[in-house]
Write a protein that binds this ligand. Structure first.
Ligand SMILES: [Zn+2]
Length: 301
């Protein structure tokens, strides 16, 4: 299936050229989809970051969507670009990063195609390119390193100041005991299912234990759920993980570990982008070393 999407992307991409960012990335060729609606910054680490909801383009050739959510995740694109710079500075290497530049009113790449593009052919092409680029990045990571961490980067405006971590586990799943969380039926729907296969930890430990990504956020003074201190979202609204994480790390069983980060507004304020990117880079590097093994993470030492 992934090879098919790779071929589709290669056929669809009309432009492949450098940009201002290329001077930062040097050896990497930035790739744009048709009309520059989608951008792929190839990296060389087994880390893929997708940024679906901070696009600014409102082309007339795509009519406004008539149903679905249209809220923009302000600040997430700047944070992702700062993450690339942070990784490059600390490790000499970069994650793969994929952006949608279309306003969510025109295309929502974090939905299945019918709701995302609403029967518009141009929007449908951009949707396919976006997910094709993610497929390409994941395939490259798996082929080179045998591992891949996919992070879908979002922003939320819920009253609680915390990062919501989506593993495709609903609020009611997370209210269960650790024992229940380890049930194979819940593991099957979790975006950590591939990581669990290579881990000595249980599913519940990966979701909210002392080495979970929520725990690492806590060590940086950032509240998040699920985590050891907030194991379940409780009665507050919570985004559990959307189409992108489901498609690439649950439905696709080739080995991608996925998680959706929903950043609270304070982390996304324009003056905080660099600090947030530095914190996220710290946490991701630490997570890779803990969960993907020293032999597999020498590239980020
Ligand atoms: Zn979003």
């Amino acid at each position: 299936m992934k090879k098919l999407f790779l071929i589709v992307v290669m056929l669809c991409v009309g432009i492949s050229e450098g940009s201002a960012q290329q001077s930062e990335l040097k050896q990497h060729q930035v790739v744009f989809g048709r009309n520059r609606f989608v951008e792929y910054q190839p990296g060389d680490l087994p880390i893929v970051i997708s940024v679906p909801h901070d696009g600014h383009m409102r082309p007339e050739i795509i009519p406004d969507r008539t149903f679905g959510v249209t809220m923009r995740d302000n600040g997430t694109q700047d944070i992702a670009r700062d993450i690339i710079i942070e990784f490059k500075r600390r490790t000499g290497n970069s994650p793969h990063v994929i952006f949608s530049h279309l306003r969510r009113k025109k295309l929502d790449v974090n939905r299945e195609e019918f709701e995302a593009a609403q029967d518009n052919e141009t929007a449908g092409i951009a949707w396919n390119e976006y997910h094709g680029f993610i497929d390409s990045a994941c395939i490259r990571s798996l082929q080179t390193y045998g591992i891949c961490l996919l992070i879908d980067l979002h922003g939320q405006n819920h009253p609680e100041k915390r990062i919501e971590i989506g593993y495709c586990l609903e609020n009611e799943d997370l209210t269960l005991s650790d024992e229940a969380l380890n049930d194979p039926l819940l593991v099957e729907k979790s975006s950590l299912r591939s990581l669990l296969r290579r881990s000595t930890m249980t599913h519940a430990e990966l979701v909210r234990g002392s080495k979970s990504i929520g725990a690492l956020f806590g060590e940086h003074g950032v509240r998040s759920t699920p985590s050891p201190s907030i194991p379940a979202p409780g009665s507050y609204k919570f985004f559990s993980g959307g189409y992108t994480i489901y498609r690439h790390s649950v439905e696709d069983t080739s080995g991608v570990t996925g998680m959706q980060f929903e950043l609270n507004p304070e982390l996304r304020e324009s003056g905080n982008a660099s600090a947030t990117a530095a914190m996220l880079t710290d946490v991701i590097i630490e997570y890779m070393k803990i969960h993907f093994g020293r032999n597999n993470t020498q590239y980020i030492q």
